[in-house]
Design a binder for this molecule. Sequence first.
Ligand SMILES: Cc1cc2nc3c(=O)[nH]c(=O)nc-3n(C[C@H](O)[C@H](O)[C@H](O)COP(=O)(O)OP(=O)(O)OC[C@H]3O[C@@H](n4cnc5c(N)ncnc54)[C@H](O)[C@@H]3O)c2cc1C
Length: 468
Amino acid sequence: MIERPGNDAALAALRAALGAERVLTEPAVLEIYAGDDGPGRCPPRAVVFPRSHEEVAALVRAAHGARLPLVARGAGSGNVGGALPTPGSVVVSFECMQRILEFDPADRLMRVETGVITAEIERLARSQGLFYPPDPGSAPYCRIGGNLAMNAAGPRALKYGVTRDYVLGLRAVGGDGRTLVSGCRTSKGVVGYDLTRLLVGSEGTLALITEATLRLLPAPAAVGTLRVCYDATAQACRAVQRVMAQPIIPCALEFMDAHALAAIQRAGGAIDLPAATRAMLMVEADGEAAQVAAHLQSLRQALEGPGLVEIKQAMAADEVARLWSARRALSGAVKALAPLKINEDIVVPVSRLPELMARIEALAERYRLPIVSFGHAGNGNLHVNIMAHPERAGEMARAEACLRALFETVLELGGTLSGEHGIGAAKRAFVPLEIPADTLALMRAIKRAFDPHGILNPGKMFPDEISD
Ligand SMILES: Cc1cc2nc3c(=O)[nH]c(=O)nc-3n(C[C@H](O)[C@H](O)[C@H](O)COP(=O)(O)OP(=O)(O)OC[C@H]3O[C@@H](n4cnc5c(N)ncnc54)[C@H](O)[C@@H]3O)c2cc1C
C-alpha cells in the first residue's frame, strides 16, 4: 500500500533524515514542483533537497518504511510527465547535488553528482580538449540525472550515440534504501549483469541515481554545416536515405517539414528560404579541419538529387550558428501554433521515412488537425507534434484518436514509440502496443526487485496492473 496524504509521521521521518530546512511544504514551493514541461500538474506533498548520496539513501529508507511515494526531479524539462508528482508524493530534487567529483582527462572520464547541469559537463570537458557527446536541446538547463533517467539524446546521437553509450558506471539508491553500484571506471568491463544499461532509461522507477562516471571523447577540431532545401517532403526523406547509405556519418542530420518552416516564419524567425522550399535538412560533419571539407563534399553528392532547391554551406562558427538558428527556434515557434502540443518522438527505420511522412499527412487530413514534424531524421527519430485546441468541441477526441493511429502506424513500419523523450505518465497506456505481455511481466518483476513497495515514481512508464 502506498502512503496517502495526511500521515505526518512520514514527513517527520524525512525531516529526521535531512533536517527540517530541506523538507519544504509551503504551497508556493509545491506549485513550482507540480509538473514538468508536459501538460499535467499535481502539487506534491513536499519537496526535499538532499545534498549527498548518504542523504538520498537515508531519505529513501525513511520513505520505504512509511510507504511514501518519491518522484525524482532534475530540472523538470522532460515533456512526458516523468517528473510529474502523483497525489501524496514527495519530490526529490537533485538541485543541491551539483559537485564534479572527479575529472580525469587521461582516463577520459568525469564523475559527477547527478544534479549537475548537462552543459556544465560539456563546458568542463571542452576546457581540456575533450567533449561529452550527448546534446539534448535542453542541455543549458537540464540535469545529468534527468538525462540518465530518460537516456536523453540530441542531433549528435547519429554519429556518437545516446547518453547510455557514455556511462561507465553509476551509484544509486534502490527503492528500499540500499546502495547500488554498477559498472567500473575502465572502458572495458564485463563482471556481472549490466545494471548500468538497465538503470539508464529507467525513468526514476528503479533507483535514484546519485553519481555517474561519464566517458568523454577527444573534441573534434572543426565542424561544417549544410542547409539543404527540397521542393517536397518525400524528396528530403529520400536524400536522408542516400546520405545514410554512403560511408560518411554526419554528426547531425536534421529534418524540418513545411509546417515547421512556416511556424518559424510566423514566429518571426530569421530564416531566408527559396520560395519553392517545402522541406529542409541540416547536415553537419565534424573532425579535423581538412577532413571536414572532404566529408561535406561527399555529403553534398549524396544530398544532390531530385527536388533539390538549394544547398548552403557554412564553416565559420558564426555562419554555422546562423544556419542552425531556424532549428533552434523551432520548439517555441511550434508551441505558439495552438494551446496544446501533443509532442511525440517516434522512430522508424530510415528506409521507411518517406512512407511515414506520407501517412502523417494523411492522418492530419483525416483527423483535421495540424501536424508539425521535425527532428533527427538520420536516426529515423521525428518529433511529431499534433496541435490541438482543447476548448473546441470534439477536437480532443480527434487528437487522441490521431495519436493512437500515429503509434499504430509507427509500429507497423517497424519503429518504436519513443526515441529519447521516454514514456513517463503521458504514454504509458500505449506501452502494451509495443512490448509483449510476457516481457512486460518480466519488467514488472525487475521493478519489484529494485523497489519492493513500489514507492519510486509510481504511475510512470507502464500502465496500471489490472488485478483479478
Ligand atoms: C526545449 C526542450 C528541448 C528538449 N530537447 C531534448 C532533446 O534534444 N533530446 C532529449 O532527449 N530530450 C529533450 N528534451 C526533454 C528533456 O529535456 C530531457 O528528457 C531531459 O533529459 C530531462 O532532464 P531534466 O533534468 O529536466 O529531468 P526531469 O524532467 O526533471 O526528469 C526526467 C525524468 O528523470 C527522472 N530523474 C531525474 N533525476 C533523476 C535521478 N537523479 N535519478 C533517477 N531518476 C531521475 C525523473 O523522475 C523523470 O522521470 C527537451 C525538452 C525541452 C523543454
